[in-house]
Design a protein around this ligand. Structure first.
Ligand code: AVJ
Ligand code: FE
Length: 424
């Protein structure tokens, strides 16, 4: 720290950021009732109360416990319950059984949140020297909670969406705008491009390692694929024709009896889907969501095109939409759904995450951070695919052109969609 007044200002900004992030998590839970907080329909979904506690544990365990004199943990048993996957942090409760726990109660977890918030306020009101490394961990904690806010929205959609009552999470008032669904591809010339994070703002370890890639010239679509376009694939028998599919994908389609994106169902010959505003007729202009990598890839091949690589995505985004436009659709907008493309919005940011044709691997020069947080991203660099751009559950101040999300190729409870690319 250069001077103590600089530090006081910085800690103040961080405290403000902290309070805002924590408040959004609580706000996202407002429509829920106690029973909603406990359910774990599949292993990938965590009960909402687990997210509330785990994000709190992150600040308690990595910021307060090692750095605040005389800090006493809220409850000594919470470490075992709310450590997610950090081997460095020891034994933990098994992920698949998170939904089996009726205790601690939701109100106890809320008290845990308040307790840690109070201590964080004190911690950030100090005029004593705070180490840069501690500030770095605190920032990771903020972005970690933003990632969990997004997971929380995926998870509560799953919890509510498999319920035959199709409960409304938040109703939606549609404003009618003329969507712009013209088919337009942006051109990128052949060349050597620099990718990876360059700058001084927050970023994760997995996007570090600035390096060069060679790209042949390509075209990339300037918007996302819509429900209407995906319906054409379904109606054309796309799910039944092995020609479009990777073998692993086609096996998955047959084994799981997949015929449409997750949450879609046909009632009296009409396609409907569960949305966070309840069961609705599908709007053909909205970006398609809840497709796996396999479906995204098969759709692209059926179209005679392909998915972009993560580098093609990043280079096109930096060239054509380096700043996040006002019109991008994030959790800040509280739409809780992807929105039809308007005007010139390229939809590189927000709406739905975009599957790329890139395996999630370490960049050249990747360095694993020391300690438990070295487990944050690096150990998942196997059998997952990279997604880019953020979704309607992402915070505007969380996303960047270099941001790398990653999921296993068959997963589709997340908010995932499709952008096409082609050679020319
Ligand atoms: C980046 C969304 C794949 O879900 O494990 C949460 C986010 N990392 N806690 C995940 C994350 C640590 C991560 N994804
Ligand atoms: Fe986590």
């Amino acid at each position: 720290m250069s001077s103590s007044t600089d530090q006081v200002l910085l800690l103040n900004t961080l405290l403000n950021d902290y309070l805002k992030v924590r408040a959004l998590t609580n706000e996202l839970c407002e429509p829920l009732q106690p029973e909603d907080f406990v359910v774990q329909p599949v292993v990938d979904v965590s009960p909402p109360k687990w997210h509330l506690a785990h994000t709190t544990w992150f600040f308690e365990n990595f910021v307060l416990k090692p750095n605040m004199a005389d800090y006493k943990v809220f409850d000594k048993d919470y470490h075992f319950l709310f450590n997610s996957y950090y081997e460095t942090e020891g034994e933990r409760w098994i992920r698949s059984e998170r939904g089996a726990l009726s205790r601690p109660w939701v109100n106890e977890i809320m008290a845990y949140r308040s307790y840690v918030d109070e201590h964080m306020k004190h911690f950030l009101s100090t005029d004593e020297e705070v180490d840069d490394k501690v500030i770095e961990v605190l920032k990771i904690g903020l972005h970690h909670e933003q990632q969990h806010q997004e997971l929380l929205v995926y998870d509560l959609k799953h919890i509510l969406g498999i319920n035959p009552l199709f409960p409304v999470y938040k109703s939606f008032q549609e404003e009618k705008h003329q969507p712009n669904l013209a088919e337009n591809f942006l051109e990128v010339e052949e060349g050597v491009y620099t990718v990876g994070y360059q700058g001084n703002d927050f970023h994760f370890d997995n996007e570090k390692g600035v390096h060069k890639v060679f790209l042949h010239r390509y075209r990339i679509q300037d918007r996302l694929i819509t429900n209407g376009e995906f319906m054409e694939f379904i109606e054309a028998g796309g799910y039944q024709d092995f020609n479009h599919w990777l073998m692993e994908g086609f096996e998955w389609v047959k084994k799981e009896n997949i015929r449409a994106p997750f949450y879609w169902l046909k009632q009296d010959g009409v396609w409907k889907h569960y949305t966070l505003a309840g069961l609705e007729n599908i709007n053909p202009d909205e970006p398609v969501s809840h497709v796996s990598f396999y479906e995204a890839d098969a759709f692209a091949k059926w179209k005679g095109k392909r998915l972009p690589t993560e580098f093609e995505w990043e280079v096109a985004c930096k060239l054509h939409e380096p700043e996040i436009p006002e019109s991008a659709n994030f959790v800040d907008d509280r739409n809780f759904r992807p929105m039809p493309r308007q005007g010139k919005n390229t939809q590189f940011y927000g709406d739905v995450w975009e599957w790329t044709n890139s395996a999630y691997l370490a960049y050249p020069f990747y360095e694993k951070p020391e300690g438990a947080l070295g487990e944050y991203n690096g150990k998942f660099m196997i059998n997952t695919m990279v997604l880019r751009g953020g979704s309607y559950a992402t915070s505007r101040n969380h996303i960047r052109p270099t941001y790398r999300n990653f999921f296993h190729p068959h997963l589709r409870w997340q908010f995932t969609g499709i952008r096409l690319a082609e050679n020319f």
